[in-house]
Design a protein around this ligand. Structure first.
Ligand code: FES
Length: 212
């Protein structure tokens, strides 16, 4: 993630605003506690659940996670910014993950990445204007014998050529995977974000915000 300059003369978020984590989300985070010796150890599951619920993890959401886990907010920020998978800003409905490790690079991953950037008009860790796609790169996706490969959400695309990119991106089913998958870190079912969540990140939320 690129370095960001923060204006320390302004509060980074409105501390008096309504909570962004609903009771159901807090309860789901607490449900991980019995698995670990410390509450801190539930931080990664908590980040997954909150991101799946709100689309991304805002500073306010980080502060509330810290409150539930009884750890400093800076620990949440440190952990979140270590992983490219987590977003502290607007994330598209589908995240494309390009592989930047050796096997895929030798097979032309750089050209595939360039084709994606040019097709979508975004760079890494950016989101398209319609909120549909975001793009990141990560180390080995564990499919080295099918390089260059990429993920769209959880679906693996193998042996991708630059000329395949436009077709893959136009396919509405390009992120559909066959079950089974674990819903362990998914948002709690039937539990919308708390009032004032500002849960921007899921495609519908972003489109709704742009249309208003
Ligand atoms: S190097 Fe790309 S999947 Fe392993």
């Amino acid at each position: 993630m690129a370095w960001k300059a923060l204006d320390r003369t302004k509060a980074p978020y409105d501390k008096d605003a309504a909570p962004v984590l609903s009771d159901a989300v807090r309860e789901k985070i607490r449900s991980f506690f019995p698995r670990y010796e410390t509450k801190r150890a539930a931080l990664l599951p908590a980040l997954h659940v909150v991101q799946d619920t709100l689309g991304h993890v805002s500073l306010k959401a980080m502060a509330e996670i810290a409150e539930v886990l009884e750890i400093p907010p800076s620990s949440v920020l440190d952990t979140l910014t270590f992983y490219t998978h987590f977003w502290d800003h607007e994330k598209g409905g589908k995240v494309i993950v390009g592989c930047r490790s050796l096997s895929c690079q030798l097979m032309g991953a750089e050209k595939v990445l360039d084709a994606i950037k040019s097709e979508l008009g975004i760079d890494e860790h950016e989101t398209t204007k319609d909120g549909k796609y975001s793009l990141i790169t990560e180390e080995c996706l564990a499919a080295c014998d099918h390089g260059p490969c990429l993920l769209i959400n959880e679906k693996l695309h193998k042996c991708v050529k630059p000329e395949d990119v436009a077709k893959i991106l136009k396919d509405e089913k390009n992120a559909v995977i066959d079950p089974p998958r674990s819903d362990l870190f998914d948002a709690p079912k039937d539990a919308p974000p708390a009032a004032g969540a500002g849960g921007v990140g899921k495609t519908s939320d972003i489109q709704e915000m742009r249309e208003s």
